[in-house]
Design a protein around this ligand. Structure first.
Ligand code: TYD
Ligand code: MG
Length: 452
């Protein structure tokens, strides 16, 4: 008799392998493959079932109806959701522990509960703890329904009975299905529970929000397959030491991605920050060396973020560290600075930081980072009211950033006065109060700031 086949599944990405390996062949994580039972082999005629052909429609004949949205009443959350919750939509919201996921969702549910039925399923805290938080948030008279339960079948049965318009599952890692023998939080459980809840959402029209934990390196814990199952993935960012929190849309079937919502954590929960452009600037009395303001574009809003660099003589193996910026990109920029602008940091430690815990992924940050580095190396501050943006290529060219005009206008509005920007982003008409230096190459930009 043939031996039962087993399959090894990666706990990080859900990839599979027929034999045990030290390194996952899909995501290259080490020591993550775990043995599990393989699915029973499909019958011979699996693909030749007796199902009848179905009617197919022509695309142009299908009526394109706009999705029905339910605004949560929390403007910054609605912004990342693309206008509000969609009936039958599934949202995954991830973030570090203690960053404010439960707080935000309780606030949103309370606001929604004024007009519709809502259900908060808590697997991490008891009903009493949720009640305590709601009192703290000043939601004493809230009509949100609460269920403290972790068994999937009981949860889906309750959803069917209560028929809420919006249901929050806090968190998906605590839920388990009794169909599977593995422990709650394991890849198989998380994947199965998310899939079941998604089916429930689609069939009942309930919008479901899944809360997901995040591992240290920033991936949603367990299987990344969750991101494929759900309609929208939101991700909490920010420094738990500062009061600002960003919610970023990574994927959204019903709206734009990379849109961010900005919140401040207060004594009474999260409050939206409607005009966030200047919150990531630190306040120096006089300009200091190693600091350069960047105008970055997050979704539809420009944000001004201070980039700080510190270049200091290092030991035999100098360190390059970055907070909020990509470290590989930093190494690349140091090489470009050396090769094209003659600025060598070979024997120096280089640290760069985006102020306020904001994570910057767009390459348009390059120019500001390089100007901050050269400022720190020379010990010379950039002039007051200075800012920069633009991508720098390996050949030393300065490439344009998308929507340059919006960035310039935002900076001008906040009282900034001098800029170094890519030539293609230079405005045709002068902007009032703004002196713009357009550059095509990095060495040009470096020479220019030396004369400012
Ligand atoms: P929480 O929503 O429990 O985080 P998560 O669900 O993402 O793990 O947030 C808890 C943190 O927020 C905790 O450190 C206390 C803080 N907090 C406030 O500062 N003000 C408040 O009104 C509340 C409810 C929490
Ligand atoms: Mg929580």
């Amino acid at each position: 008799m043939a031996k039962d086949k087993s399959v090894f599944t990666c706990t990080e990405c859900g990839g599979t392998s027929a034999k045990w390996l030290g390194k996952c062949p899909s995501c290259e994580a080490w020591n993550t493959l775990i043995e599990g039972a393989a699915e029973a082999p499909a019958g011979k005629n699996r693909y030749q079932s007796l199902a009848k052909p179905q009617t197919v429609a022509t695309l142009s004949e299908i009526e394109a109806s706009d999705v029905d949205r339910q605004a949560t009443g929390i403007d910054e959350l609605d912004r990342v959701l693309g206008g509000g919750m969609v009936a039958g939509g599934v949202v995954l919201i991830g973030g570090d522990p203690g960053i404010g996921k439960s707080t935000l969702l309780l606030q949103a549910l309370d606001s929604l509960s004024k007009t519709m039925r809502t259900l908060y399923v808590t697997g991490e805290e008891s009903g009493a703890q949720v009640a305590l938080r709601s009192r703290r948030l000043g939601l004493g008279a809230s009509s949100v329904r609460v269920l403290a339960e972790i068994q999937l079948e009981k949860i889906t049965a309750t959803i069917a009975a209560e028929n809420p318009a919006v249901c929050v599952i806090d968190s998906i890692q605590t839920v388990y299905s009794d169909q599977l023998s593995s422990a709650p939080g394991s890849v198989a459980q998380v994947r199965e529970c998310a899939a079941q809840l998604t089916r429930t959402a689609k069939s009942s029209g309930t919008s479901i929000v899944l809360v997901g934990h995040v591992t240290k390196d920033g991936a949603l814990a367990g299987p990344r397959v969750l991101e494929h199952i759900v309609d929208t993935v939101l991700y909490f960012e920010g420094d738990t030491h500062s009061s600002f929190r960003l919610v970023r849309a990574i994927k959204n079937r019903f709206g734009a991605v990379n849109e961010i919502g900005v919140f401040a954590m207060t004594e009474k929960g999260l409050k939206g920050v409607s005009n966030p452009s200047a919150i990531f600037l630190s306040t120096h009395g006089d300009p200091v060396p190693g600091s350069c303001v960047l105008v970055t574009l997050e979704g539809t809003r420009p944000l001004l973020v201070e980039i700080q660099a510190l270049v200091d003589s290092g030991g035999p193996s100098p360190r390059r560290l970055s907070v909020g910026l990509d470290r590989d990109r930093l190494a690349m920029m140091l090489a470009v600075l050396h090769r094209h602008a003659g600025i060598a940091c070979l024997d120096q430690d280089v640290f760069v930081n985006a102020v306020g815990g904001v994570r910057i992924t767009e390459p348009a940050a390059d120019l500001a980072v390089m100007l901050a580095i050269q400022g720190s190396l020379r010990g010379r501050a950039l002039p007051r009211g200075f800012f920069a943006f633009g991508e720098v290529g390996l050949a030393g060219e300065v490439r344009p950033a998308p929507r340059g005009q919006d960035r310039l206008k935002e900076a001008a509005k906040l009282g900034f006065s001098v800029a170094v920007v890519p030539k293609a982003n230079a405005p045709k008409k002068p902007i009032e109060g703004l002196t713009i230096h357009a550059v095509e190459r990095i060495e040009q930009a470096i020479d220019l700031v030396r004369t400012l």
